[in-house]
Design a protein around this ligand. Structure first.
Ligand code: SIN
Length: 476
């Protein structure tokens, strides 16, 4: 980490630029200021938009193979600096370094996947009804992109958006979350070091995203918005995007249900549901939010689940053994506490946890949580696991499909019929069957209902950044 007094500049217009103001990035574990970062506003947004348009003409003109090679070099650079990136994440948003190292590999895998996908973007020649005509379908980049990323995966959410955009030939202006701009700026440094076209990727940190977003959302030259964050903000941005008819990808709130059936491999279910809940201290859009367990195995599951949660190592995210670090903010801690108190008031039983210190919340497991409790009906985004018994398969699916969100759902079963039928019936974009971490660069990630629009990752991920052009040729 550099001198905290010195401003960390923005990566703007192909250069490191200081701004009139800066804002502090504060460690949620120690409360110390870890850096002061350039604070971008309207002026920087206008410059970035001009530069993104210029860079777009140049970047799209490079061959897919040249773009792929740069992404591959960026991938190698990320892996070579995994320790530095993991430490930055631990400092700025509290992710334990052991987990951060895993995130670096996950984040880098988007660079490699989309480097490969860049070379597979192809059009078609269609047969025509007329012997004289040829029908040509072309895929072309949509144009300059505005990307807004969250703090919970400071590296992976950047690469999941930026890699497909750059692979497709788009330029990108990134506004990282105000809590975690350092990782994004570090990625920009690596982009410059590996020889990436400087202004094809710009990083504009901002303490208040509103002025910057106003400019970029109103600019009709910015052709695409991609956002990961809350449903509330996503809906506002969707309305704004309509005014300039931008393409949109929205990855919004989750509140994932888990269904553990009585035929499940209990050991596998316990370990999988533990990861699905406590990965990133529950701060993930796909985190298990409400855990439904079939009545026959409910008592055994609850007891062992609480024992496992109690064994998770809580502490300083910079220590290698830590599994549970702090939450990102006081607001996040207050929400967990509110959900805990509400569940207890409604008659739930505390099996373990409930303790908080600073912004750290110990893994908390609640049994017999009423179905109306806030911890069930709202997304907690923290280390609180509400366990709820259910009877039949039909009831389980009906409980899981309750509510507006539809990002991820999980099922534990060894029954093939149940695997197929529940996967089909669950109204979610992602279903993990006996799998607590289904996210991967080569598969589509995204939700239905109020969880968003579009997909990231997989073949679908790059399609979000491509337009289709139809050329009809009448031969002389
Ligand atoms: C998210 O929380 O949006 C990302 C989680 C993941 O990629 O698994």
């Amino acid at each position: 980490m550099t001198d905290v007094q010195q401003m960390q500049p923005a990566w703007l217009a192909g250069a490191w630029k200081e701004t009139a103001k800066s804002f502090p990035v504060v460690s949620p574990f120690s409360g110390e200021v870890v850096a002061n970062v350039a604070d971008c506003g309207e002026q920087e947004a206008r410059l970035a938009a001009d530069q993104a348009c210029q860079a777009f003409s140049e970047w799209r003109g490079q061959t897919a193979f040249a773009r792929a090679e740069l992404l591959e070099r960026w991938y190698q650079a990320m892996l070579a600096h995994d320790q530095e990136i993991a430490r930055l994440m631990a400092q700025e948003m509290g992710k334990p370094v052991s987990e951060g190292l895993g995130e670096v590999r996950y984040a880098a895998s988007f660079l490699r996947w989309f480097a490969e996908e860049a070379k597979r973007v192809a059009g078609e020649f269609l047969p025509s009804q007329s012997a004289r005509k040829r029908l040509w379908i072309l895929k072309q980049p949509v144009g300059p992109v505005y990307a807004i990323t969250p703090w919970n995966f400071p590296a992976a959410m950047v690469t999941r958006k930026v890699a497909p955009a750059l692979a497709a030939g788009c330029s990108v202006i990134l506004k990282p979350a105000e809590e975690s701009p350092l990782t994004a700026l570090y990625l920009a440094r690596l982009w410059a070091e590996v020889g990436g076209l400087p202004a094809a990727f710009q990083v504009l940190p901002a303490s208040d995203p509103a002025p910057l977003s106003r400019v970029l959302m109103a600019d009709s030259r910015i052709r695409k918005l991609t956002f990961t964050g809350s449903t509330e903000v996503g809906l506002m941005l969707y309305q704004e995007a309509a005014k300039t008819l931008k393409r949109v990808s929205l990855e919004l709130g989750g509140g994932a249900p888990v269904l553990v059936f009585d035929d499940a491999d209990l050991d596998a279910a316990l370990s999988g549901v533990l990861t699905a809940k406590f990965r990133n201290v529950g701060q993930s859009c796909v985190a298990a939010n409400r855990i439904y367990v079939q009545r026959d195995i409910y008592a055994a599951f609850s007891k062992r689940y609480a024992e496992l949660a109690e064994q998770l190592k809580v502490g300083d995210p910079l220590r290698p053994e830590t599994q549970i670090g702090p939450l990102v903010s006081r607001q996040a801690v207050d929400k967990v506490k509110r959900h805990l108190e509400d569940a207890l008031d409604r008659g739930a039983t505390l099996l373990t946890g409930g303790r908080t210190e600073g912004l750290t919340v110990w893994p908390t497991v609640l049994a017999d949580v009423p179905r109306e409790a806030l911890a069930v009906s709202e997304e907690t985004f923290g280390p609180l696991a509400p366990l709820i018994p259910f009877g039949s398969e039909e009831e389980a699916v009906q409980l899981a499909n309750r509510g507006q969100a539809g990002l991820a759902a999980y099922v534990w079963t060894r029954d093939l019929r149940r695997t197929l039928l529940t996967s089909e019936a669950l109204e979610f974009g992602i279903v993990g069957v006996n799998d607590g971490v289904p996210s991967t660069a080569n598969a589509p990630f995204g939700g239905v209902k109020f969880s968003g629009l579009g997909r990231e990752g997989g073949h679908e991920g790059i399609a979000e950044y491509l337009e289709t052009k139809f050329v009809s040729i009448d031969l002389p």
